[in-house]
Design a protein around this ligand. Structure first.
Ligand code: NAD
Length: 261
């Protein structure tokens, strides 16, 4: 197991991609701090599943990624419980689809806070602990929308473009400390976040939900297939491994060819 003895925090890991990443890291022996919203029973079930199945320690911290003080607490509790922190996966994210003139300003603020600023706060508080170990990995889950735009997603596209800039800066600042920082840009993965957008896109474009799936979502991806959660988990594991020690400040797409066009 590649990551035995490591301690990883995965934000937004009670659902979708983050949940898959937490599982992939635990499968490689890493202890895990879960984070995100959801029903307490389901979260406890996930926590137990990881610790029982993979024989790792899994904890849950409920920090709201929109609240810098709670992010600071997530980092400090993790350090207190495990004595160290090795891997930060900044994955939590939300989406809202509307033309810019109808985009509620509070949605702009919320998406910038959760999809962009939370990664700043995680790294701001977490990087000193990674440096202390003389080893660390930071993986920011961005999006194809970090590289290209789609209409009706102003805050999301702005946040994800910003996250790629943050990734490059951190990569440069931490390069001499054996800490790497990279970003993964998935295309469409069929998670609750995308299910929610299907409805939003149908309304914004005045077309059926099936049209949204076939023509807007899969229309963007030349493979005409959704990306699987496991593909993002496997790339995260690779980036945490020794063979990725020279990969730093990179923007890596898994998007079925979307951004090759
Ligand atoms: P999801 O809705 O399934 O999961 C989002 C997770 O973030 C959940 O655990 C949720 O509880 C958590 N979360 C939301 N707001 C939070 C907050 N304020 N504080 C703490 N946790 C919070 O979504 P997903 O599709 O798995 O998305 C995960 C990441 O992947 C996001 O950053 C998203 O932008 C990115 N992404 C998703 C896709 C896709 O097609 N699904 C594509 C590219 C990038």
């Amino acid at each position: 197991m590649k990551l035995q003895g490591k301690v990883a925090i995965v934000t937004g890991s009670t659902s979708g991609i983050g949940q898959g990443i937490a599982k992939a890291l635990a499968q490689q022996g890493s202890d895990i701090v879960l984070n995100g919203f959801g029903e307490p029973d389901k979260i406890e079930q996930e926590r137990r599943f990881l610790s029982d199945k993979y024989n790792v320690t899994a904890l849950y911290h409920p920090a709201d990624m929109g609240k810098p003080d709670e992010i600071a607490d997530l980092i400090s509790i993790t350090k207190k419980e495990f004595g160290k922190i090795d891997i930060l996966v900044n994955n939590a994210g939300v989406q809202y689809v509307a033309p810019i003139t109808e985009m509620p300003p509070e949605k702009w603020d919320q998406i910038i806070a959760i999809d962009l600023s939370s990664a700043f706060h995680m790294i701001h508080h977490g990087l000193p602990h990674l440096r202390e170990n003389g080893w660390g990995r930071i993986i920011n889950i961005a999006s194809a929308h970090g590289l290209v735009a789609s209409p009706f997603k102003a805050p999301y596209v702005a946040a994800k473009h910003g996250l790629l800039g943050l990734t490059k800066v951190v990569a440069l600042e931490a390069a001499r400390d054996n800490v790497t920082c990279n970003a993964i840009c998935p295309g469409y993965v069929r998670t609750p976040l995308v299910e929610g957008q299907i409805k939003g896109q149908a309304k914004a474009r005045n077309i059926s939900e099936e049209d949204v799936i076939q023509n807007i979502i899969l229309g963007a991806q030349p493979t005409k297939k959704f990306i699987e959660i496991e593909e993002v988990g496997a790339l995260t594991v690779f980036l945490c491994g020794d063979h990725a020690q020279g990969m730093n400040g990179q923007i890596i797409s898994i998007d079925g060819g979307w951004t090759a066009q």
